[in-house]
Design a protein around this ligand. Structure first.
Ligand code: ATP
Length: 323
C-alpha cells in the first residue's frame, strides 16, 4: 500500500494545522502511512520528508500558521523540477499527495496528477479568492482578526473624532474587506470589484459629518486600485475636502496569524477528512471545498477556470446599513 504525502504551500492561513491533523488522522485510521513534507514543493524537491504519527498532529488544531511550514518554489514550476518531484515521491513510496494552498499550489498539484501522482487540493488562504468554494480555510479567522482591530480603532477614533482608514488583505478579492466591514460596522467599504471613487467617500463623509458624526471607519481592500494613491491618496482627499483628522492602519500580516476560529477548524477538519477519502477511492486531480454547507469535490481545471463572483447583494446591504 502506497503512502500519502501532505504539504502546505503558498501563503499560510490559520486552520492549515487543523487540516493537516485531519488528513494525518484519517489516513492513519484507514491504515495508511503518512509523510509530512516540509516547506511545500521546495521541501519535496529537497527530500524534506518526515513520517507523521497520531501524536505528531496532537495539540496543533488550535495553532495558527502551519507546522509543516510553507514556501514558494520556482524549481517546481519547471518540467524538470516536477519530474524530479515524481522520482522523489516514488523513492519514499508516496503514491498520493494532499496539497493545502491556493490556486498556484493547485496548479502545481494538477501538473503532478498528470504525471501519475494522485493529488487532492485543500483550499487554504485568507483571501477567499477561489470561486468553486464558498469559503477557504483561514478566511473566517482573518475576518475576525480584522473585526477585532476595527473594534479597537473605533474606540480611539470616537474619542478623538478621527477617521480611520483600515487597509486589509485579500489581493484582488474584496471578500475580507466586505465581511469585516459589515461585521465591524464600517461607514465605507472599498473593494476591487466595485467602482468606488475617492469623491464617493468624500461625499459620504460629508453626509455623516453633517449629522454630527465626526468619527468614521473606512475599510479599504488592498486590491482596490480605483482609489487613486491608495490609502495615502484617500487620506489627502479627506483631509483637504472634509477637514478630517485621518489615520491609516495597514493591518498586514497580522491577518495571516492567530488561533483559527471554530468555523475554520471545523471546515479544515471536514475538508482534510474528505481529501483522504477521495484518495482512497482512487480519485486524483481534484480539489475539495464547501458549497451550501456541503463538502464538495471538483476537477482542479474546472475549479480554477471558474470566475469568482462578488456578493453584490451583501455589498448593497452594507451600504444601506451604513447610511
Ligand atoms: P496564495 O493564494 O497564498 O498565494 P498560492 O498557492 O496561490 O497561495 P503561489 O505562490 O501562487 O501561492 O503558488 C505556490 C507554489 O505552487 C509556487 O511557489 C510553485 O512552487 C507552485 N506553483 C504555482 N504555480 C504553478 C504552476 N503554474 N506550475 C507549477 N507549479 C506552480
Amino acid at each position: 500500500m502506497k503512502a500519502i504525502g501532505i504539504l502546505t504551500s503558498g501563503g499560510d492561513a490559520p486552520g492549515m494545522n487543523a487540516a493537516i491533523r485531519a488528513v494525518v488522522r484519517t489516513a492513519i485510521y484507514y491504515g495508511y502511512k503518512v509523510y509530512g513534507i516540509e516547506r511545500g514543493y521546495a521541501g519535496l524537491l529537497e527530500k524534506d520528508f518526515r513520517e507523521m504519527d497520531l501524536s505528531s498532529v496532537g495539540d496543533i488544531i488550535q495553532k495558527g500558521g502551519t507546522v509543516l511550514k510553507s514556501s514558494r518554489c520556482d524549481e517546481f514550476r519547471t518540467e524538470e523540477g516536477r519530474a524530479k518531484a515524481v522520482e522523489i515521491l516514488e523513492e519514499f513510496g508516496v503514491g498520493s499527495l494532499v496539497v493545502i494552498g491556493g490556486d498556484g499550489s493547485f496548479t502545481g498539484a494538477n501538473k503532478l496528477s498528470q504525471l501519475g501522482v494522485h493529488t487532492i487540493g485543500i483550499p487554504g488562504t485568507i483571501d477567499n479568492d477561489l470561486a468553486y468554494t464558498d469559503y477557504t480555510i483561514g478566511f473566517d479567522t482573518a475576518t475576525n482578526t480584522v473585526i477585532d482591530a476595527i473594534g479597537k480603532l473605533r474606540d480611539t477614533s470616537s474619542s478623538h473624532d478621527r477617521v480611520n482608514i483600515i487597509e486589509v488583505m485579500g489581493r484582488r478579492c474584496g471578500d475580507l474587506a466586505l465581511f469585516a466591514g459589515i461585521a465591524g460596522g464600517a461607514e465605507s467599504i472599498i473593494v476591487p470589484e466595485m467602482d468606488t471613487k475617492t469623491e464617493d467617500i468624500v461625499k459620504k463623509l460629508k453626509t455623516t459629518q453633517k449629522r454630527g458624526k465626526k468619527h468614521s471607519i473606512i475599510v479599504l481592500a488592498e486590491g482596490a486600485e480605483n482609489i487613486e494613491g491608495g490609502a495615502l491618496g484617500l487620506r489627502s482627499a479627506l483631509t483637504i475636502e472634509d477637514k478630517a483628522d485621518v489615520r491609516i492602519t495597514v493591518l498586514g500580516h497580522v491577518q495571516r496569524g492567530g488561533s483559527p476560529s471554530a468555523f475554520d477548524r471545523i471546515l479544515a477538519s471536514r475538508l482534510g477528512n474528505k481529501a483522504v477519502e477521495l484518495l482512497i477511492e482512487g480519485k486524483s486531480g481534484r480539489v475539495v471545498g464547501i458549497k451550501d454547507n456541503k463538502v464538495i469535490d471538483m476537477d482542479i481545471d474546472e475549479a480554477l477556470s471558474m470566475k469568482k463572483t462578488f456578493d453584490d447583494d451583501l455589498y448593497e446591504m452594507a451600504k444601506i446599513l451604513s447610511i
